[in-house]
Design a protein around this ligand. Structure first.
Ligand SMILES: Cc1cc2nc3c(=O)[nH]c(=O)nc-3n(C[C@H](O)[C@H](O)[C@H](O)COP(=O)(O)O)c2cc1C
Length: 225
C-alpha cells in the first residue's frame, strides 16, 4: 500500500483474528509515535504495551465499543484484540493544554503504521481510566489519555460519503450483511477556498473520486485556479 491508500483504507476495527502480534512490531509503532509533532517539542507522551493475557483480559473489561451499534460490535471472546497500547500524558511536561493534542498526533502515527503492516486498530476514548490505572499500576502524575486496541482484522468496514450532515447522518451503521458502514462528511461540506463559504467547485466535482478507496482513480487531481 502506498501512503494515500494507507490513510484512506484505514478503518476502526472491532473484530480481530486470534493471531498474536510480534513484539518487534510494537517497537516500530512506538518509533512512529515518537516521531510525531509535539507542541514546543515537549513530548509528554508515554506508552504501555499490553500483550499478556492476564492484563489484556482485565483491560478489555474497561473499554466500550461502538456506541451507535451496541452491542453488535462488542468483540466476542474469540474476536478480541491481541494487544493494546495505553497512551499516557505527563501533564506537567506538556505545553499548557496541548498534551491531548500531542497524544492524538502520536496515536494517528501508531494506527497508520499498524495498518501499513496489516494490523487493524481501534482508538478507544470511552474507557474506565481509574480502573486501568489500578490494573496497570499507572502513577498519579500521568493522565490516561486513550487505549489503542490492536490485532489482525477480521472485518472490513467501508467508508462512504455521508448523505447528510446531521448527527444522525454521521452515525456509523451495520447493514443486513453485518458490514459496518462509516459515513464521512464530503469535501463540499468541509472545504472552503480562501474565504469561508466559497465552494471549491473543481475540488468538489472530484469528491467522489477521492473519497472512496479503490483503483487509483484519484491520480491527477485538478488544479484549483
Ligand atoms: C478520540 C477518539 C475516541 C474514540 N473512542 C472510541 C471508543 O471508545 N470506542 C469505539 O468503539 N470507538 C472509538 N473511536 C473510534 C471512532 O468511533 C471511529 O474513529 C469513527 O467511528 C470513524 O470510523 P473510522 O475510524 O473507521 O474512520 C474513537 C475515535 C477517536 C478519534
Amino acid at each position: 500500500m502506498d501512503f494515500d491508500e494507507i490513510v484512506r483504507t484505514r478503518r476502526s476495527i472491532r473484530r480481530f483474528k486470534p493471531e498474536k502480534i510480534d513484539r518487534q512490531i510494537f517497537l516500530l509503532l512506538l518509533e512512529s509515535a515518537r516521531c510525531a509533532p509535539s507542541a514546543a517539542n515537549k513530548q509528554p507522551i508515554e506508552y504501555i504495551i499490553v500483550d499478556e493475557p492476564q492484563f489484556t483480559e482485565q483491560l478489555f473489561g474497561q473499554l466500550s465499543w461502538a456506541g451507535y451499534v451496541q452491542p453488535r460490535r462488542n468483540p466476542a471472546p474469540e474476536s478480541r484484540p491481541a494487544a493494546y497500547i495505553v497512551v499516557l500524558v505527563v501533564s506537567k511536561r506538556a505545553l499548557g493544554d496541548f498534551g491531548k493534542v500531542d497524544a492524538a498526533a502520536a496515536i494517528e502515527n501508531i494506527i497508520l503504521t499498524a495498518w501499513s503492516k496489516g494490523i487493524g486498530s481501534c482508538w478507544l476514548g470511552a474507557i474506565q481510566r481509574e480502573n486501568i490505572r489500578e490494573i496497570l499500576v499507572v502513577p498519579e502524575h500521568f493522565q490516561i489519555d486513550s487505549v489503542i486496541a490492536l490485532g489482525y482484522p477480521d472485518e472490513k468496514p467501508v467508508m462512504e460519503d455521508a448523505k447528510n450532515d446531521s448527527d444522525e447522518g454521521l452515525k456509523y451503521y451495520i447493514d443486513d450483511s453485518d458490514k459496518l458502514h462509516v459515513p464521512k462528511r464530503p469535501l463540499d461540506s468541509i472545504c472552503h477556498l480562501n474565504r469561508y463559504g466559497t465552494a471549491c467547485v473543481k475540488l468538489v466535482s472530484y469528491n467522489s473520486h477521492i473519497c472512496c478507496p479503490g483503483p487509483r482513480r484519484d491520480r491527477g487531481l485538478p488544479r484549483i485556479s
